[in-house]
Design a protein around this ligand. Structure first.
Ligand SMILES: Nc1ncnc2c1ncn2[C@@H]1O[C@H](COP(=O)(O)OP(=O)(O)OP(=O)(O)O)[C@@H](O)[C@H]1O
Ligand SMILES: [Mg+2]
Length: 409
């Protein structure tokens, strides 16, 4: 005899038995009740359907051949309301076609009358209930999985956002810090100037100003004004570079252009910077490669890379080479920019994309160049950039970004 199947909530399963033969219905019901199941019955198809709709039992056993509403009709109604409740069909005919039809209509199991072994009945019922439980567990598991995936995706988005916010916060803090110095010096100098002016004015109005006093005053004015001008220009320059970084780069709309032609134009515009140096630039790019991307961003990227190679890489060199290689690895364009300059120690290479990171502080570097390149590559072009560099081994930037290739006209 089979063990009583317990539902997840600990309750005994409720079985609906529908059969128009009183003897069968009642003997099944008695037997199942004796074995701990809760049983409801239907004396014909219609009563069975009513019972099913009223009680939503855990399993239905239904006779196929009944007058008026037959077992197939019951099966169809059960499937129409609840696609999953197991239905075991009892048939007296034993016809193979009945089995096939019932299974096609959605029956879970099949039992031939007369049922000689009632324990076999319990096994059938338990199997069907077990199967049902597995289906439910699987569904819950899948739902859990879906919720987890959705939660992970949300978390990932939040992480990206907070990363952006963090880097923006850093940028703003950096700007405040960088601009504080020249503006602070400017303010001090201006107040010094103002004190000097009022002191001289007092002296002059009292008729005490000598020629020497005037000369000293003019010298101080000149010196201080120069200091103010120098510091305010530095602040203005910082703000200009900052604005360039902060400007929403995506305001440029993408367009189709011939990559090689465009690269040649960019390099032409950089020619004045190469003049009177022994450095040269080499470009390898497939002819007639037409891409859909952001040419303005590309131009800023190349300009920064070339200028950095000239200013930093070739600092102590006069015949450096910058090699720019472009290839297509659909769906990406790979752009590799290599210089054979002085390279970078690890701590520089690791921080090269950080805002305000520069080894030329005080001599014109703002440390925003590569940060801007990073933003342009990752945000505007939707690509990736990495830096490979070692002292005395030159520097290489590898950029990859998606292209949408168009036909060449
Ligand atoms: N090709 C290169 N070779 C050697 N060092 C480099 C190279 N490119 C960048 N660097 C190092 O990385 C630092 C950061 O570069 P980045 O372009 O961000 O700032 P910067 O050139 O110093 O200032 P800015 O570009 O804002 O005027 C540089 O100060 C330099 O030390
Ligand atoms: Mg730079």
């Amino acid at each position: 005899m089979g063990e009583l199947f317990k539902k997840k909530d600990g309750q005994q399963p409720q079985i609906l038995i529908i059969d128009d033969e009183d003897a069968i219905r009642e003997s099944f019901a008695l037997y199942l009740e004796d074995n701990g199941y809760r049983v409801i019955t239907g004396r014909d198809g219609q009563e069975g359907i009513d019972q099913f709709l009223e009680h939503s039992p855990d399993l239905v056993m239904v006779d196929l051949r009944m007058p008026r509403v037959d077992g197939f009709e019951v099966l169809r109604t059960v499937r129409a309301t609840s696609s999953e409740t197991p239905v075991i069909v009892i048939s007296g005919t034993g016809a193979a076609s009945d089995v096939v039809d019932a299974l096609q209509a959605g029956a879970t199991g099949f039992l031939n009358k007369p049922v000689w072994s009632l324990s076999h009945l319990i096994t059938k019922i338990n199997d069907a209930l077990e199967r049902q439980r597995l289906i439910e567990e699987n569904r819950e598991y899948q739902q859990g999985l879906e919720t987890t995936i959705t939660r992970l995706q949300t978390m990932q988005k939040q992480l990206v956002e907070s990363e952006k916010m963090a880097s923006l916060g850093k940028l703003v803090a950096g700007v405040a810090h960088e601009i504080n110095t020249p503006v602070g010096i400017g303010v001090t100098a201006a107040s010094h100037l103002s004190e000097n002016i009022s002191a001289f004015k007092k002296c002059y109005e009292a008729g005490d100003a000598s020629h020497d006093d005037l000369e000293r005053f003019l010298n101080t004015m000149d010196e201080t004004a120069r200091m103010i001008l120098g510091n305010l220009s530095r602040a203005a320059q910082l703000i200009r570079s900052f604005k360039q970084v902060a400007v929403d780069q995506s305001s440029e709309s993408p367009r189709e252009f011939k990559l090689r032609e465009y690269m040649e134009d960019i390099l032409l515009s950089l020619k004045p910077r190469m003049k009177r140096t022994g450095h040269r630039i080499e470009l390898a790019c497939p002819e007639d490669l037409k891409i859909r991307s952001y040419p303005g961003a590309l131009s800023q990227i190349i300009t920064n890379l070339v200028m950095n190679a000239l200013i930093h890489g070739f600092e102590n060199k006069n015949n450096g080479t910058i090699d720019i290689r472009i290839s297509k690895e659909t769906p990406n364009i790979i752009l590799v920019c290599t210089d054979n300059g002085k390279g970078m120690p690890e701590e520089v290479a690791d921080n090269v994309f950080e805002p305000f990171f520069t080894t030329k502080r005080g001599t014109g570097g703002s440390g925003l160049g590569m940060h801007m390149v990073f933003n342009l590559v990752t945000q505007t072009l939707g690509g990736e950039i990495r830096c490979e560099s070692e002292p005395d081994k030159g520097t290489r930037f590898v950029i990859s970004f998606p292209h949408e290739e168009g036909p060449v006209q």
